[in-house]
Design a protein. Structure first.
Length: 599
């Protein structure tokens, strides 16, 4: 059995909206775990419960200001008797020291096979592999089954959190590491090898150092079964068949992945004879599109986390300030997003303070922001939604959910234009006069759609994308960006700009080569959440960008429409789109709201 990408959704609770949520939570998944264990007992089988990473970051529950121990996640793993834990890239977002503090109370082996210390002085709080032994109940006289476990995560983890990990750890190739570790486990006498593969599906032609390499890992002979992650897919999927068992149980505790390995014992020991795998959901959608829970929360886990939960709720409801207009991300890919604009202004206000009395203060200042919550694979409820009125800490977290820091880069106008082309790859190419093409390329991650505040530009969707998602040129002749302006004038390719940007993007996250090539401007370490908090409570002054018009729009394509999928809660904000004269929105079977927008 496997859980993956919990992102600290331990309880069926939405801390950003301060309300119960039946669609998430390990406490719901725990009931499925108990049921699966009961089934195994009746069949005389043994079970393993494994986690595949990205569990320590994601909601305010995990951000304990007093660094309490044990951490809520470790309490949960203890209550549910996990057998092993793999690590994901987000588990390193708070640095090695915090990770070590959290893992010191882990109730089971914690594994990461393709990361090692850069020097003997750095002690890592995990092991490279683990071997578990289980006695088969229907073969009491046979030797126990030896199960080898390895865990790999994207090599880019060190790059994404360079400010925390650089010079402290080294990453090994995700595929080569899995191949070497699985072979070593076989040599150590393992009958079965399971890979906790915190990586998603890429393409067959992708290199083996891609962050999504699951298709390469499946081909390693010494691995019998895999648990995928990172991209929040739900596998198995009939559209993506594999020759061996692979599960990826969505995200936030939405599903339990179950792999059934049937073994046969002979003169040469235990051998895998047959297998099956599948997913078990914690909720389902009714005919009206509402979520209905299929299981109740596990009482023991709810009780174990009650104190942490109460402290978190009290903390996130501390008042911050007030806003006149709602801030949400339901229309972020085709209309002005006030939530992004506020974060951009907060970043710019902090950066102007930091750059005072430096040469960079004379440069034009831009602020790059991208949506954190935009539905897609994480579901129709995963959108930023801050109502007008009083603000509290939970609203600040909703505006920027990641523990990123503010960075700054100095970059030429030519590279700014390439940056704009890279972000414009988020959209599908639209044939003029058509009306049924989805606006967004679902193979692209929404958090890679940067909006550069301080500029004015249009995006022409009749043109193919200039860049692949990998950051490599797709069509050197293609240019989607129309009329790029700064201060009302065309951007001069030789002009220098300074750009406020989050640490993930500055370190290479999202494969923006032009940002990686820019000159980094050293800044004191300050989290963007804290900067937004200071901006909202008046500690930072109102930034000049607050008076600017929305920076971008889609270039007109008369007679053309595109399909957009947003959350059903967007209905209460549809008045903002009244000028578009939209057809009646249509609910989809998976709970989204389909809009047909004119271009």
């Amino acid at each position: 059995m496997a859980t993956t990408d919990l992102h600290m959704n331990l309880l069926g609770y939405d801390y950003y909206r301060d309300q119960a949520d039946p669609s998430v939570g390990l406490a719901h998944t725990a009931s499925l775990i108990a049921g699966a264990r009961d089934e195994a007992t009746r069949l005389g089988a043994v079970t393993l419960l494994l986690d595949n990473g990205d569990s320590m970051q994601g909601t305010p529950l995990g951000e304990q200001p007093d660094a309490r121990s044990p951490h809520p996640l470790m309490k949960a793993f203890q209550v549910l008797s996990y057998d092993a834990i793999g690590l994901g890239n987000h588990d390193f977002n708070f640095g090695l020291d915090t990770l070590e503090h959290i893992l010191k109370t882990a109730p089971c082996p914690v594994i990461c096979s393709n990361m090692k210390a850069a020097s003997p002085e750095t002690k890592l709080p995990f092991v490279a592999s683990a071997i578990l032994e289980r006695q088969m109940l229907d073969h009491p006289d046979a030797p126990p089954v030896r199960i080898g476990l390895l865990s790999v995560l994207p090599e880019q983890t060190v790059q994404w959190d360079a400010h925390l990990l650089q010079d402290r750890v080294q990453m090994m190739n995700i595929v080569q590491s899995a191949r070497t570790t699985s072979a070593a486990l076989r040599a150590a006498g393992c009958d079965i090898v399971i890979a906790l593969a915190h990586t998603g599906l890429g393409h067959e032609t992708d290199p083996d150092n891609s962050e999504n390499a699951l298709q390469h890992l499946v081909q390693i002979d010494d691995i019998d079964a895999l648990i995928g992650g990172h991209t929040h897919l739900r596998l198995p999927d009939p559209a993506t068949p594999f020759s061996k068992p692979v599960v990826m149980p969505g995200a936030f505790g939405s599903h339990l992945g179950v792999i059934d390995l049937r073994l046969k014992h002979g003169d040469d020991g235990w051998k895998l004879d047959a297998w099956d795998c599948g997913l078990r959901p914690i909720s389902q959608r009714t005919t009206t599109g509402e979520l209905a829970p299929l299981v109740t929360e596990d009482a023991a886990l709810v009780s174990a986390l009650a104190e942490d939960h109460a402290a978190t709720v009290e903390r996130i409801n501390a008042p911050v300030g007030q806003i006149e207009h709602s801030l949400h991300s339901y229309f972020t890919f085709f209309a002005p997003d006030r939530a992004l604009a506020l974060v951009a202004c907060a970043q710019a206000a902090e950066l102007r303070e930091q750059l005072k009395n430096t040469p960079a203060c004379e440069l034009p200042l831009l602020s790059a922001v991208s949506p954190c919550k935009f539905g897609a694979r994480t579901g129709p409820g995963h959108f930023t939604d801050v109502p007008a009125g009083p603000l509290s800490r939970r609203h600040v977290a909703d505006l920027h959910i990641f523990p990123n820091y503010l960075n700054a880069v100095s970059i030429s106008g030519a590279m700014v234009l390439e940056w704009l082309e890279m972000l414009a790859g988020m959209f599908n190419q639209i044939t003029p006069g058509t009306d049924s093409t989805p606006l967004i390329d679902f193979d692209r991650a929404g958090h890679n759609f940067d909006v550069l505040h301080g500029l004015d530009y249009q995006i022409d969707l009749s043109v193919p994308a200039r860049f692949h998602a990998s950051g490599k040129l797709a069509d050197p002749q293609a240019h989607r960006i129309r009329d790029p302006l700064w201060n009302g004038k065309p951007i001069d390719p030789d002009q220098q700009f300074v750009v406020a940007v989050n640490s993930h993007r500055a370190a290479g996250g999202g494969n923006f080569p032009m940002v990686q090539q820019a000159t980094q401007i050293p800044l004191p370490r300050c989290s963007i959440q804290d900067i937004v908090y200071d901006y909202l409570n008046g500690t930072l002054p109102t930034d000049p960008l607050a008076a600017a018009s929305p920076p971008w729009r889609l270039a007109p394509m008369p007679g053309s429409h595109a399909l957009v999928y947003t959350g059903p809660a967007a209905r209460r904000y549809l008045e903002e789109l009244s000028h578009m004269n939209l057809p009646l929105p249509e609910p989809t079977p998976d709970g989204f709201l389909q809009l047909k927008i004119p271009l």
